[in-house]
Design a protein around this ligand. Structure first.
Ligand SMILES: Cc1ncc(COP(=O)(O)O)c(C=O)c1O
Length: 391
């Protein structure tokens, strides 16, 4: 069986050995210097001023929405667009925090929201924010989307949990909007077991994200920011300053174990991305060439394609079901991410009136599947996958 994920870490034996030694000698294991070091390294790698490390990609999404509400960039009942094809915890915080979530259909050939899909939605809804998902390493015309958002003063946030490392028009995905989220869950590009991050150039947003991440207090803020907050709220005793809660927050902190792993894994990140890219270019072109059976997926507009799974969208449910049967016991497969979110029970319970009809997201949901693209795939496995999908 060719598994979706082969191991928890890159260079697993060595990483586990180093982790054992770290745990044995560490003085603290709750959030501390390892996490902070990882934040600096990841911000530098992504090319952003700030990185806020959290305990999952889902927490990163939740923290972004809460932080934007706290600083007043968005308000309850504002319309927020999201990619109909995404993961549950991209949409859920919008509903949980009282925003009006508006699904935007994706293009069949890129699996992503395009500027033309966005324009269609803007005729109906005055969006205050677009929480776009860069699905499976791909994107559509993000530069045009950014232009529309800038012109119409729509806050653009990218859920980049599935596209770490992909590049479009010379820019890394995740760097097109005000902020972006990342996931370091096992099986994603880089693993800290569980983990996530937000990257942004905005100091105001970064500080609020640090407040949101830990109880609403100011402990992880710069001294300058702490002084400003404490003066504003007339907190002038050290006794109380550590236990003053300035705004709405949660506890979404990662541990030093996640931080340590992040610091070891980030050394391999470029290598991991190159390996997955090379696997993709061996497997996808011969499979996508089967145009009688599959819709082709377009990726030639990307400078660098970095994904952890290869999507296949069949031209009918019958073809998809036959493919699923062929994979049994041979290749581990799954639906495309979370599928069309508007078909999920949670969405139908809360937002029945916004269910999409005749959408591309629905075709991808009902006729698609993906198999894993992990850096440890052997040539034999790559050839076996090609053979199954081109039979
Ligand atoms: C697009 C997207 N956003 C968010 C998440 C959540 O990430 P995590 O599993 O780290 O909570 C995922 C998870 O796979 C995802 O695919």
């Amino acid at each position: 069986m060719i598994k979706l994920i082969k191991s928890t870490f890159h260079n697993e034996t060595q990483t586990k050995k180093e982790l054992q030694t770290f745990i044995k000698n560490a003085e603290i294991l709750s959030f501390g210097p390892q996490c902070q070091q990882f934040e600096s390294k990841f911000a530098k790698w992504q090319g952003k001023k700030h990185c806020i490390f959290l305990n999952s990609g889902s927490s990163a999404n939740l923290a972004i929405i809460q932080a934007l509400l706290n600083i007043g960039k968005i308000k309850h009942n504002d319309y927020v667009g999201f990619s109909a094809l995404t993961w549950s915890t991209n949409v859920m915080p919008l509903i949980e925090l009282g925003l009006k979530a508006v699904p935007i259909d994706v293009e069949l050939d890129t699996l992503n929201v395009s500027s033309s899909q966005l324009k269609k939605i803007l005729k109906k809804y005055p969006l205050k924010m677009l929480f776009i998902t860069n699905l499976l390493g791909f994107c559509d015309d993000l530069d045009e989307i950014r232009k529309i958002c800038n012109e119409q003063k729509i806050i653009l946030i990218e859920d980049n949990c599935e596209s770490l490392g992909s590049k479009y028009k010379g820019e890394k995905l995740g760097n097109f909007g005000l902020a972006s989220s990342f996931s370091f869950y096992v099986g994603h590009h880089m693993s800290t077991i569980e983990g996530g991050a937000v990257c942004t150039d905005s100091e105001q947003l970064a500080s609020m994200l640090r407040i949101v991440r830990a109880h609403g207090w100011d402990r992880n803020l710069s001294e300058k920011r702490q002084v400003k907050l404490r003066n504003k709220h007339k907190v002038n005793s050290t006794f109380y300053s550590r236990y003053t809660f300035y705004d709405l927050g949660y506890n979404l902190r990662p541990t030093e174990i996640n931080g340590f792993i992040g610091n070891t894994q980030i050394q391999y990140l470029d290598e991991i991305i190159q390996k997955r890219k090379s696997n993709f270019f061996k497997m996808a072109p011969p499979i996508y060439k089967q145009t009688d059976k599959y819709y082709s997926v377009r990726y030639d507009h990307l400078d660098l394609l970095s994904n952890f799974a290869v999507p296949v969208i069949c031209k009918s449910t019958k073809i998809r079901d036959e493919l699923v049967a062929k994979c049994v016991g041979k290749v581990e497969i799954r639906p495309i991410v979370g599928g069309d979110m508007t078909l999920q029970p949670f969405f139908q319970k809360h937002l029945k009136s916004r269910i999409l009809k005749n959408s591309n997201a629905k075709i991808i949901h009902t006729q698609g599947l993906y198999f894993g693209n992990n850096p440890e795939l052997t040539d034999k496995e790559v050839n076996e996958i090609i053979s199954i999908f081109t039979q």
